[in-house]
Design a protein around this ligand. Structure first.
Ligand SMILES: *Cc1c(COP(=O)(O)O)cnc(C)c1O
Length: 339
């Protein structure tokens, strides 16, 4: 077989599937791990970036979604549903389209990035804009899935974590040893999945989770009624995988800490301008956390960049410089180009 195998085929022996299963795949996983020279210099350790934006719909959610949709098809589901801050919706919509299943997604009204909304709509999902936040949306879709024959594909679905744990396998495959993993935390499914993956390989890097200050329930120990942050993908006040995330942190001698929106946006710009890597704001929380809190004595560090920068062009344009207008003549062009 040539090209990317897709993660179920790549890791079939470590996933709850069999070779004959109706695998739903867009060839997710096997994402680039890129050395980050500027960051390494800055923190005095070897830092690598796991570019999860290179997945088919532009975020790590595809790892979990290929497994959730494969399981849904296997179990004879006709429709799937999820609550989402955006990327879960885009991914569910794409994999449901691929599988020929109907898909409904519930998102907080006016709070999801443009690219993600475009994806969910283009893939033909029924997009419901809730006049409420993500936590309320999740409560509602859990209730709907309990009452109707619709498969719930949020990360409370254990197939999602099964798929997402494969990113830990890839890190160990490529780095052999990794001392610390920096990861943004929203609903806390991903940090839980990475820890599960590492444990299955008898590997125990420090799990360093980072939340946005305005949505940091795992840091304060209290639910946040009205979570607020520029990092819309982690704007979550009551993580579904709360206990599991805290357990991963404790067992790995890691930490969960907060970073401010200003620190997130700094890291977001630095990644783009110094490392040539454009991720979305929530993803940059991993690097913001590393820059702010360090990683103890870790020598080899992986930062998980969870989603692609193009997901959220609005945030990018607000952070970046402006374009330079130019009349169509050589002199004007020279002035414009040379400054
Ligand atoms: C979903 C998401 C997260 C948060 O992952 P959780 O599993 O909810 O903690 C972080 N960044 C991006 C880009 C996401 O889409």
């Amino acid at each position: 077989m040539s090209g990317r195998p897709g993660l179920i085929r790549r890791y079939l022996d470590r996933l709850p599937f069999e070779a004959g299963d109706p695998i739903v795949t867009l060839k997710e996983g096997s994402t680039p791990l890129v050395h980050a020279p500027w960051l390494s210099e800055r923190v005095g350790a070897e830092v690598h970036l796991k570019i999860e934006g290179a997945n088919p719909t532009g975020s790590f959610k595809d790892r979990g979604m290929c497994c959730a949709l494969t399981a849904a098809v296997k179990e004879g589901a006709e429709a799937v549903i999820c609550a989402s801050t955006g990327n879960t919706a885009a991914s569910a919509a794409a994999y449901a389209a691929r599988a020929g299943l109907r898909c409904a997604v519930m998102v907080p009204e006016g709070k999801i990035a443009t690219g993600k909304l475009a994806q969910a709509l283009m893939h033909g999902a029924r997009v419901i804009a809730l006049r409420g936040n993500f936590d309320q949306a999740l409560t509602l879709v859990r209730e709907l899935a309990a009452r109707h024959p619709i498969a719930l594909v949020n990360s409370v679905n254990h197939y999602r974590l099964e798929g997402q744990k494969t990113a830990a396998f890839e890190l160990v495959d490529e780095l052999e040893r990794v001392d610390a993993v920096c990861i943004p935390v929203g609903n806390a499914g991903n940090i839980t999945a990475y820890w599960k993956g590492f444990q299955e390989l008898a590997h125990a890097p420090r799990m360093l989770g980072f939340q946005a200050e305005g949505a940091a329930p795992l840091v304060t120990g209290r639910r946040v009624e009205h979570p607020e942050t520029v990092a819309s993908a982690i704007r979550i006040g009551n993580p579904a995988r709360w206990e599991e995330a805290m357990a991963a942190m404790t067992a790995s001698a890691g930490r969960i800490e907060a970073v401010s929106d200003a620190e997130i946006l700094d890291a977001y710009r630095l990644l783009a301008t110094r490392e040539g890597v454009f991720c979305e704001p929530a993803s940059a929380a991993s690097v913001a956390g590393l820059l702010k809190h360090g990683a103890g004595d870790a020598r080899r560090i992986a930062c998980v960049l969870t989603g692609h920068g193009l997901k959220d062009p609005q945030s990018a344009l607000e952070q970046a410089g402006s374009v330079i207008p130019c009349e169509p003549g050589l002199e004007a062009a020279e002035r414009a180009v040379l400054g």
